[in-house]
Design a protein around this ligand. Structure first.
Ligand code: PLP
Length: 377
């Protein structure tokens, strides 16, 4: 089975991990700030806070951006449940707003009309690694005094109008799950230019506790003194994982190049297929190509095509079943039909294999299988 995504771990990644295992630190030590520095250097963000998952990075980001019980976020239904769940963790609620029909990203046209008195944050999701339309979302956030924070779990390394992901919103969350642009096994990070937001997130990842002399209310007790200022969690990344992350960051450019080449090969090979639509792409965007999502024109074709591709050995997937459709969200009062564009997008989607380890023969094989399954070999 050729999986839709997977990690690429080399001997030098393994050596970096082994070196940490032999060192004095296993949990957060010098490897974590080194990884954070590598993330800042690659993205141009002023601050990075590494955490133990993308989900905890979302939780920390919402907290640090001021989300409180009773507030509301606006986000896309076409995402992994974590984007919405992290708002619920803080006692906030979620308003799902519909997406653009071709990119699957939050539709700025619909965001403004959805803003209510409780709205606090706008949370675009860079679906499949294609940055959302930040220059249209930013003025809406500013007009209404809202924060703009990104779920950039898919889009490390992507660019929007020449600006890298990590600098496009007030803060951006990344995930380092193995299928993501780089991996730390489990892991995540928050990127921001705002030092106060970064400091709040850094405290949140370790119980809300600080040892920073400048943050202490009382510092004359002794060198052992530390203070808890917020209710935080243990969301720390380990040095073992951070060392893997730093090693992976040296390959991000190569990984992205490979992803872009595969996407270009698919675009070319499938251009003439009338039964499917190819991923939408804005001219001013350089996507990270985390996923390559084709959409059958006829929703009735999705399931048989999916099953034919699976039977032929392609580990295809569907991203994403709309979050409000989950039983948990239905029990909160969400109903089908509220975001028809996203639901129509979901009903026709299939994610094809796309990861840097796919060689030219694999890519040619995927192309043959897809054309064959559509009866257009
Ligand atoms: C869009 C999106 N947001 C958030 C997450 C959560 O990241 P993690 O699995 O690292 O907690 C994921 C991961 O699957 C994701 O795809």
């Amino acid at each position: 089975m050729i999986p839709y995504g997977r990690q690429w771990v080399d001997e030098d990644d393994i050596a970096a991990v082994v070196e940490v295992l032999r060192s004095d630190y296993l949990t957060t030590g010098p490897a974590v700030p080194a990884f954070e520095k590598a993330l800042c250097q690659a993205t141009g963000a002023a601050h990075a806070v590494a955490l133990n998952s993308g989900t905890s990075a979302l939780h920390a980001m919402y907290f640090a951006a001021g989300l409180q019980a009773g507030d509301e976020i606006i986000t896309s239904p076409l995402t992994f449940a974590a984007t919405a769940n992290a708002a619920l963790y803080l006692g906030a609620s979620v308003r799902f707003v519909d997406v653009e029909p071709d990119t699957g990203n939050l539709d700025p046209e619909r965001v403004e009309e959805a803003i209510g008195t409780r709205t606090r944050l706008i949370v675009p999701v860079d679906f499949a690694g294609h940055p959302a339309d930040y220059d249209r979302l930013r003025p809406i956030a500013e007009r209404h005094g809202l924060g703009l924070v990104a779920d950039a779990a898919h889009s490390l390394g992507a660019c929007y109008r020449g600006r890298p992901v990590g600098t496009l919103a007030d803060a951006s969350e990344l995930s380092f799950h193995p299928v993501k642009p780089i991996t730390t096994a489990e892991g995540g990070a928050l990127l921001t230019d705002d030092p106060a937001l970064a400091a709040r997130a850094a405290r949140f990842r370790t119980h809300g506790i600080t040892k920073e002399p400048s943050e202490l209310e009382q510092s004359d007790e002794g060198p052992w003194w530390y203070e808890q200022h917020d209710l935080g969690y243990n969301y720390r990344l380990t040095d073992v994982q951070a060392a893997l992350g730093t090693s992976q960051m040296t390959k991000l450019g190569r990984f992205l190049e490979r992803r872009r080449a595969i996407a270009a090969a698919y675009d070319e090979a499938f251009a003439d297929l009338s039964a499917i639509e190819l991923p939408g792409r804005r001219a001013h965007v350089e996507p990270g190509w985390h996923l390559y999502v084709i959409r059958t024109r006829d929703p009735r074709l999705r399931r048989p095509l999916f099953e034919r591709l699976r039977a032929a050995g392609l580990g295809v997937q569907v991203h994403y079943l709309p979050v409000p459709w989950h039983p948990y969200y239905r029990a909160l009062g969400f109903e089908r039909g509220a975001t028809p564009v996203a639901e129509h997008f979901y009903a026709r989607s299939i994610s094809l294999p796309l990861h840097p380890k796919l060689g030219p023969a694999d890519v040619a094989h995927v192309i043959d299988v897809v054309r064959d399954a559509l009866g257009e070999a």
